[in-house]
Design a protein. Structure first.
Ligand code: ADP
Ligand code: MG
Length: 240
């Protein structure tokens, strides 16, 4: 569902992403792990089509993102680390706008928007302008908009920053639901505990290169250190 082929992105002489190869299957929740500055955000920006690669290519739901940007964008949802919403729309209006933009039938919108607002405890604020929403509320609204669309590929950049524990719990359950329906989830995070509990597989990126890829259990076996190891131990060993 997601293919990254020999992806390189340079800024001046600096390689932010360096020959990255990676695939994520339908139904897979993939955790893209790495320390600050490793190249995670650059990679998802290229996957989403908002940044061009220096070389290499990315394919989303069978569509080359550079050659068929509209077809790719129809199938993908991207939630950036800084949630962007239109400040002069209300929560309701925003969800209807996204629903219309991605051709979710009006009847389905009428049924599911109230459910989603309820799920994320936004019902009371749904009539208020988004400029009054907190960071966490904006993020929840964006997640609700993704769930409304049911895209084939979901790209999340640090999705749980700003969410309270209850919302994180709901987010996890909903993520598992969309994966069961066949979507591929690509989630950048450095919250290793969350990756360990939620993701089917993980990849560790360090200085633009993939240094590990596999199930959490497989990746944990990658270090030579003795004793019981957590994903955190492996992460720290591979990125130092
Ligand atoms: N637009 C840009 N111009 C110059 N350097 C950038 C730009 N975007 C990212 N970088 C650099 O590329 C590296 C990777 O950044 P990023 O992909 O944001 O890392 P991560 O999301 O893993 O923390 C960092 O060193 C960052 O400073
Ligand atoms: Mg980042």
């Amino acid at each position: 569902m997601i293919e990254i082929h020999n992806l390189t992105k340079t800024f001046g002489s600096f390689k932010a992403v360096d020959g990255l190869n990676l695939k994520v299957a339908p139904g897979e929740i993939f955790g893209f792990l790495g320390p600050n500055g490793a190249g995670k955000t650059t990679t998802v920006k290229i996957l989403s089509g908002i940044m061009r690669p220096t070389s290499g290519r990315v394919v989303v739901a069978g569509h080359d993102v550079e050659l068929e940007p509209l077809a790719a964008k129809r199938e993908l949802a991207y939630i950036p680390d800084e949630p962007f919403v239109y400040p002069k729309l209300t929560g309701w209006e925003f969800l209807r706008f996204i629903g219309d933009l991605y051709a979710v039938p009006r009847g389905e919108q009428a049924r599911r928007i109230p459910e989603l607002l309820e799920t994320f405890e936004l019902t009371e604020q749904a009539g208020e302008l988004l400029e009054s929403y907190s960071h966490g509320m904006k993020q929840k609204l964006l997640i609700a908009s993704v769930l409304l669309r049911r895209p084939k590929v979901v790209l999340f950049d640090e999705p749980t920053v700003g969410l309270d524990p209850k919302s994180i719990r709901r987010f996890k359950l909903l993520l598992a639901d969309i994966a069961r329906e066949g979507a591929a989830v690509f989630m950048c995070t450095h919250i290793l505990d969350m990756a360990e509990k939620l993701c089917h597989s993980v990849g560790i990126i360090y200085r633009g290169r993939l240094v590990a890829r596999g199930t959490v259990a497989e990746v944990k076996k990658l270090t030579t250190a003795a004793g019981i190891r957590s994903l955190e131990d492996v992460f720290l060993e591979l990125t130092e």
